[in-house]
Design a protein around this ligand. Structure first.
Ligand SMILES: NC(=O)c1ccc[n+]([C@@H]2O[C@H](COP(=O)([O-])OP(=O)(O)OC[C@H]3O[C@@H](n4cnc5c(N)ncnc54)[C@H](O)[C@@H]3O)[C@@H](O)[C@H]2O)c1
Length: 254
């Protein structure tokens, strides 16, 4: 089977300082990749890079700042693997107790989750296209992170769902275009994972979320997300689609 080897490759992970991105950074470093953790959280990012040792490095990047994204990609000599996990959530009803949905909050979520992902992808793909092709003609793999909210957004999630739906929707056109360069594009839509994003929830809320998962009745572990990233990188036939990793959860309206 022709597959992309992780050993010796260069990987960049946006949002790599925490949660799903941090688990992916650990997985890739353990598998022998050079890992660039790009995140707005300097303290957590530096700490993780230090923990992972020599093949890992951190760069402070806010994915909404074009120059910072450009600088991060330009400092790399080459790039084979991009995983985008930088993202934020917001919960606000269209017509809430305190008035209608704040427009700037909607713009902000789209800016970070969707436009931030697109900006990183366009620069990363351009750098990947300069790689020498492997036996299958492959030059790189891009894994983006959506959410099951792209399909079953709850009340209060119009902005978040729209941002993640945008990522799902651009997966195929990007894969189609980048096929010429031998760059694969995939998206993962996680259900509910145990990360700092959810860590602020009370225990009872975590319990109730776990109950909604048909099987297994628990939250996903970031290492399970990272294992899927690894499989996507190593299986050349995976291209142009979104994979749910969610224990069969279909979130209710609220
Ligand atoms: N945890 C879940 O249950 C879950 C479910 C579905 C989708 N997701 C998605 O997975 C991704 C990772 O989530 P997580 O749970 O690991 O969250 P997390 O908060 O632990 O990690 C997100 C990381 O993104 C970084 N980040 C935020 N804004 C940024 C910006 N503007 N520029 C650069 N970095 C930025 C944060 O500093 C943080 O390190 C997000 O896109 C999230 O929407 C998570």
């Amino acid at each position: 089977m022709n597959s992309m080897e992780i050993q010796g490759k260069t990987a960049m992970i946006t949002g790599g300082a925490s949660g799903l991105g941090a688990a992916t950074a650990r997985m890739l470093a353990t598998a022998g990749a050079r890992v660039l953790i790009a995140d707005v959280n300097e303290t957590a990012g530096q700490a993780l890079a230090q923990e992972l040792g020599a093949p890992a490095a951190f760069i402070k990047v806010d994915v909404t700042q074009e120059q910072e994204v450009q600088r991060a990609v330009e400092q790399l000599n080459n790039l084979h693997i991009l995983v985008t996990t930088a993202g934020i959530g917001v919960a606000e009803k269209l017509i809430g107790k305190n008035g209608i949905h704040d427009l700037q909050k909607f713009v902000r979520v789209i800016q970070v989750n969707l436009i931030g992902t697109f900006d990183v992808v366009r620069r990363a793909a351009n750098l990947m296209s300069a790689n020498a092709p492997d036996a299958d003609g492959g030059r790189g793999v891009i894994v983006m992170t959506a959410s099951v909210a792209a399909y079953e957004g709850q009340i209060g999630q119009p902005a978040y769902s729209a941002s993640k739906g945008g990522i799902v929707s651009m997966t195929l056109p990007l894969a189609r275009e980048l096929a010429r360069q031998g760059i694969r594009v995939m998206t993962i839509a996680p259900g509910i994972f145990h990360t700092p994003l959810l860590g602020t929830l009370p225990e009872a809320a975590m319990q109730s979320l776990s109950e909604q998962v048909p099987f297994p009745k628990r939250l996903g572990q970031p290492t399970e997300y990272a294992a899927l990233v690894r499989h996507i990188i190593e299986n050349n036939m995976l291209n142009g689609s979104t994979i749910r990793i969610d224990g069969a959860i279909r979130m209710a309206a609220k």
